[in-house]
Design a protein around this ligand. Structure first.
Ligand SMILES: [Zn+2]
Length: 358
């Protein structure tokens, strides 16, 4: 015989014909699992608010939480809907995203967020949030991933794309990359011991500057170079597992290509997995702070990195940069105005600077 539960709990609620209990609901809330949106709402009795399971607000204390079948039941219990996650709009949000997905799948080029949002009656910011909550990626990143898939010839039916993205762990990877946003010099996983235990995803793509090798760990881009191939990567990371392509990597790769091909493109959000001494990392940060189209001297970089006298060490940090363009060492020139050196040849340096100056 089943234990009697207080009214308003999920004891009798069904999900896929199975009974979802309070424990499963609580686990979904702790995971902020969007799969459960619309299946119940989370009543937080300390604040008097109810939320959808995926609400991004701080997870409430378990003792203050009770679960309700829907918004109506929560309101009956005296609760108000959360303004942040708008738990009563789940169905409308789902429908809006469902309408936009085919548009993104059919598009061969990016569609402006404002255009997508107005098509379903949402403001751009709000639509971006609900889309991300459901899909795990922004509309722009999702569109980019679909286009990459298409380029790879992996697209043989629209449904399989989504399946492939999820199967490849795209959602969790993209979340990881978001968290890593703009960070540098992270865990030394790749850089110790020849990359032992690390998986590196890589590709060589043709660009206007020649063939470009891009490699990334799960933490971010660890190598960007020109005129190199997988053999060079293997020499650098002899103990790493090297994997060509893959959906999460391709999304990152597309952002890297944009950063290289489009002068002034934002790239600060692209995560890097690089490692140097504290001074080298300070130099790399200083390089990333140089606006596109501008140049600095080695003395400027040394000063920005906190040691004006270490001009030669700043030059060495430049030479030790493994991630061209994203750490823009090409923006450093000699104090007499001449180009100085560049690991991939002065022609590429000259062309990068010319692109950026427009
Ligand atoms: Zn909420």
């Amino acid at each position: 015989m089943r234990r009697a539960l207080p009214a308003g709990t999920l004891a009798s609620m069904t999900r896929d014909d199975s009974i979802l209990d309070d424990e499963a609901a609580w686990e979904a809330v702790q995971r902020r699992d969007p799969e459960f949106d619309g299946r119940f709402v989370t009543g937080v009795h300390s604040t008097g608010i109810y939320c959808r399971p995926s609400c991004g607000a701080k997870t409430p204390a378990r003792k203050n939480v009770r679960f309700y079948r829907d918004g109506a039941a929560a309101r009956e219990a005296g609760l108000r809907p959360c303004k942040r996650c708008t738990p009563d709009d789940v169905a409308r949000d789902r429908q809006a995203v469902a309408l936009v997905l085919p548009r993104l799948k059919a598009a061969g080029a990016p569609i402006a967020l404002a255009d997508l949002a107005s098509g379903v009656g949402y403001s751009p910011g709000h639509f971006q949030r609900i889309f991300k909550r459901q899909v795990g990626l922004s509309p722009a990143a999702y569109g980019r991933a679909l286009r990459m898939q298409r380029v790879d010839g992996a697209l043989d039916g629209t449904d399989s794309v989504t399946g492939a993205l999820y199967a490849a762990g795209f959602q969790s990877s993209s979340r990881f990359y978001e968290q890593a946003e703009g960070r540098m010099g992270m865990a030394p996983s790749v850089w110790n011991d020849g990359g032992k235990g690390a998986t590196l995803y890589w590709a060589v793509v043709g660009t206007s500057l020649g063939d470009m090798l891009v490699a990334a760990s799960e933490k971010g881009v660890c190598r960007l170079s020109f005129d190199e191939g997988v053999e060079d990567l293997r020499r650098r990371f002899p103990k790493a597992d090297l994997v060509e392509g893959g959906a999460p990597f391709n999304c990152l790769l597309q952002q890297v290509i944009d950063a290289v091909e489009m002068p002034g493109a934002a790239y600060a959000h692209i995560p890097l997995d690089v490692r140097g001494t504290a001074f080298q990392e300070a130099c790399w940060k200083a390089l990333r702070a140089i606006p596109p189209g501008e140049t600095r001297s080695y003395a400027d970089i040394a000063t920005a990195a906190g040691n004006a006298k270490a001009v030669r060490a700043a030059g060495a940090a430049n030479a030790r940069n493994h991630v061209a363009v994203l750490i823009p060492c090409h923006r450093v020139i000699r104090s007499d105005g001449s180009l100085g050196g560049y690991a991939y040849g002065l022609e590429i340096k000259r062309r990068l600077l010319k692109k950026e100056r427009g």
